[in-house]
Design a binder for this molecule. Structure first.
Ligand SMILES: NC(=O)C1=CN([C@@H]2O[C@H](COP(=O)(O)OP(=O)(O)OC[C@H]3O[C@@H](n4cnc5c(N)ncnc54)[C@H](OP(=O)(O)O)[C@@H]3O)[C@@H](O)[C@H]2O)C=CC1
Ligand SMILES: O=C(O)CCC(=O)C(=O)O
Length: 419
């Protein structure tokens, strides 16, 4: 079978292929792992507030389940495609394997423009989407969660729609729910917390001090804004942040809490009236900072950006922000990149802790959740740098992938999936 040679799926496949040189997974299993198990496309008629009917397209891709139920978020965004959802489902497979969760990988998406829709329209769309994919999800089958433009409220609607068909409440069918409906404390900020933890870890590894290190973050939604807050709490100096409307920059450091409040009230970066210069999203990527954190969409660090980039470390909060030609440049230039499947794994780790709590019908404290998250990410980070240091692997991404591929392939072998 052939697949496209450009786009997020091609990027994900080339990342796997590079790691296979070191992982040396059985060829037959490796061949299998390059294809998602299945993808469902659904069409979703929704009555809009003005009385018209609009038909949306949605997807759920289940990439691999050898290690356990499929797991991965749902994205509402105008640029969603089947190719992107498949790549994101693959990235979930390697992410859950790398942090050693008993899950496989999946991802869902709906092509829509949430900013132009009312809350009622979003709820009707979410319910339609959940009805469309409900036969392929379930607490021990496939467990969705939030991603771009989806949040605890959307997860509550998904849980309710699924539960209506089951005839009783099924909390474990999604994670990232409101805490009062079976969500866990700590999930909202978990991905940003994981970004902060892995940034601190890579600074320790490089023998550098995070105190006063300058940080630029592209994307100031759930992940970017929490990463900014938690890195500031750890002493770093966040000098630039952005959303779709553009960015704000102050070389002396931004007032992160004020910006957070502005964004939480629905404000755009372009309209922020605090002290800070404006900066474009492309200039932000090339700022002279210690750390660059892409926390928005895929493929923003292109070959050209990689050549001009002046950050000394890149921490990938977004999924798939770096293209393969850009990776080559960054390896050549010796710029360490903490890969997405490690840097943004905090979200799925805490989703797992939510699922465990729902299964046990027992709630943990925030302190327990955060301690478990830190322990799991520290262990995964240490494994990645050990593989990088000892196995002659050229970069942290390839080290992370070789661990994830070996674990997933081992599960296939143990289960005898290839007679
Ligand atoms: N939520 C989670 O738990 C996890 C998320 N991720 C990844 O993190 C990234 C961000 O997700 P999340 O924070 O949840 O999403 P949100 O929807 O909460 O926020 C996305 C942010 O990115 C901005 N943005 C969108 N498109 C662009 C663009 N083209 N250029 C610059 N900024 C842009 C948005 O701006 P605006 O608001 O103006 O549209 C917003 O500030 C995604 O890649 C996601 O897959 C990874 C792991 C878990
Ligand atoms: O929390 C989860 O289950 C998945 C989050 C997600 O979509 C991701 O890590 O990209």
């Amino acid at each position: 079978m052939s697949q496209d040679d450009e786009g997020p799926l091609a990027t994900m496949l080339s990342q796997m292929q590079r790691a296979q040189e070191y992982a040396q997974v059985d060829e037959g299993i490796f061949e299998r792992l390059q294809y998602p198990e299945r993808t469902l496309k659904v069409t979703l008629p929704v009555r809009m507030d003005d009385g018209s009917v609009e038909v949306f397209e949605g997807y759920r891709c289940q990439f691999d389940s050898a290690r356990g139920p499929y797991k991965g978020g749902v994205r509402f965004h105008p640029s969603v495609t089947m190719d992107e959802v498949s790549a994101l489902a693959g990235w979930m497979t390697w992410k859950t394997a790398l942090v050693d969760l008993p899950y496989g990988g999946a991802k869902g998406g709906v092509v829509c423009e949430p900013k132009r829709m009312s809350t009622d329209e979003m709820r009707r769309l979410t319910r339609r989407y959940t009805e469309g994919i409900r036969r392929m999800i379930g607490p021990h089958v496939d467990v969705p969660a939030p991603d771009m433009n989806t949040n605890p409220e959307v997860m509550a609607w998904m849980m309710d729609t699924y539960s209506v068909y089951e005839g009783h409440t099924v909390q474990q069918v999604v994670t990232g729910k409101p805490v009062s409906l079976g969500g866990t404390p700590g999930r909202v900020e978990a991905t940003g917390r994981g970004v902060a933890i892995t940034t601190e870890k890579v600074f320790d590894y490089l023998d550098r001090d995070l105190e006063d290190a300058s940080v630029a973050i592209q994307g100031f939604g759930n992940v970017g804004s929490w990463a900014a807050r938690l890195l500031s709490e750890r002493g770093a100096n966040v000098v630039a942040v952005s959303d779709v409307s553009g960015g704000r920059y102050d070389p002396d450091g931004l007032d992160v809490l004020d910006l957070y409040g502005h964004a939480a009230d629905g404000g755009r970066m372009a309209d922020y009236d605090g002290e800070a210069d404006t900066i474009s999203n492309s200039d932000l990527l090339e700022l002279d900072v210690d750390v660059l954190i892409p926390a928005a969409v895929a493929e923003v660090v292109t070959e050209e950006v990689a050549k001009n980039l002046r950050a000394s470390v890149v921490v990938e909060a977004a999924n798939g922000p770096t293209t393969t030609p850009a990776d080559d440049v960054l390896i050549e230039r010796d710029v360490p990149v903490v890969p997405d499947i490690l840097a943004n794994a905090g979200g799925v780790v805490v989703s797992y802790l939510e699922w465990v709590q729902n299964t046990q019908e027992y709630a943990w404290t925030l302190e327990q959740v955060n301690a478990d998250l830190e322990r799991r990410l520290t262990s995964a980070f240490d494994e990645v740098v050990t593989a990088y240091d000892e196995d002659g692997i050229p970069d942290l991404r390839t080290a992370a992938y070789s661990i994830a591929l070996e674990r997933t392939a081992h599960a296939h072998e143990l289960r005898g999936l290839f007679p």
